[in-house]
Design a protein around this ligand. Structure first.
Ligand SMILES: [Zn+2]
Length: 353
């Protein structure tokens, strides 16, 4: 076989090797095999010197044509491979906008949380600020500083959850240092009055605990929102106006309110507030026990004894406090027959609100 034929064979083999290559690595192998330092075409070009003067230009130009042919084929195939790789990459990265989206499960506020926020918002609109305190509290803040006598039944372990009775450890018969789960959010009021000066306009929302067996109208853990005002020249008329405004905002402007005298250790005078029944509009029905009224909160003017505990001058300042159960407000607003429904976690019920 003469050199020209050999060159043609190299050309054909190289072209078919190029077209069989599937990636850049294989193409590089083909290039080295034919055009590399030890490549078959290179070997022939190196041997040109030993040819005769007639053969040299013929073989030389034929070898050059073969080299150009192989290089062109390699270039074309390189471009084809990289554009194919790009196409595949784009296909992988593309977004099919016609596919349906993945839905995330949507959470919502629990009814109690929602109503708590509604109550807070009404009073924040009147200039109150939110105050918080510990749920595990000292008996001093929960009872004593709120003018609750040592013998008061609310202090008994059958009414209140005690965390620790310190008198057992220390031998001291000091009820004030006993640790308990707060039975109302009123200790927050004491802590605020201790640590800040009037004027005070605060709202204390939070969880409270009482040793009750759960039934349609009682839960051992429930939510309270209490309010406290301490300022100069505060009268019972301020208290009445504030709570009437609240009832209209919460239940609707057509609802009436009434104040009934009551007793709380930390307020004097004290009252319970009723709102007219939304179902019978005050004419009497089963929901309101045929009275036409629903009890919604307790309130009163701060007892001067409480001011004394926290060092506020009761000659100069007056104040009022009020407290309500959020679960009860929810039950009245949505005609719920049983408070336990609010804590059982049944989504069929909770998702209605
Ligand atoms: Zn009614």
């Amino acid at each position: 076989m003469n050199l020209i034929e050999e060159l043609q064979q190299i050309h054909e083999q190289a072209i078919s090797a190029v077209s069989a290559a599937t990636d850049a690595g294989e193409l590089e192998e083909v290039r080295l095999r034919y055009l590399g330092k030890k490549g078959s075409l290179t070997q022939i070009l190196r041997g040109l010197g030993s040819l005769s003067a007639e053969e040299k230009p013929l073989v030389g130009s034929a070898a050059n044509e073969v080299r150009v042919g192989i290089e062109t084929a390699l270039d074309e195939k390189t471009r084809a491979i990289s554009s194919e790789a790009l196409r595949l990459q784009m296909m992988q990265d593309s977004v099919d906008v016609t596919l349906p989206g993945r839905r995330r499960p949507l959470g919502r506020q629990h009814l109690i949380e929602r109503i708590t926020r509604e109550v807070v918002e009404i009073f924040v609109g009147l200039g109150y600020r939110v105050a918080e305190g510990p749920q595990v509290e000292l008996a001093y803040y929960n009872f004593t500083a709120l003018n609750t006598p040592q013998a008061h039944p609310a202090r008994s372990p059958s009414d209140t959850f005690y965390v620790r009775d310190q008198s057992v450890e220390t031998g001291l018969k000091s009820h004030d240092s006993e640790v308990l789960l707060r039975t109302h959010t009123s200790p927050v009021q004491v802590r605020v009055m201790e640590s800040s000066k009037p004027p005070i306009y605060i709202l204390a929302p939070g969880k409270v605990y009482r040793r009750d067996i759960p039934d349609p109208s009682h839960l051992p853990q429930f939510t309270q929102v209490e309010g406290l005002v301490v300022d100069e020249g505060i009268t019972f008329a301020d208290l009445k106006g504030t709570l009437e405004h609240f009832c209209h905002e919460m239940f609707g402007s057509d609802r009436k309110t009434r104040f009934r005298p009551h007793f709380f250790p930390f307020t004097e005078p004290s009252a319970e507030v009723d709102v007219s029944c939304g179902i019978c509009a005050g004419s009497g029905c089963r929901f309101c026990g045929n009275t036409g009224w629903l009890e919604i909160l307790g309130c009163g003017m701060i007892d001067p004894n409480v001011f004394e505990y926290v060092g506020i001058d009761s000659e100069r300042y007056g104040g009022f406090a009020f407290g309500m159960g959020v679960e009860r407000i929810a039950a009245l607003k949505y005609d719920l027959p049983d408070l336990r429904m609010l804590v059982e976690g049944d989504m069929r019920f909770l998702a209605q609100f």
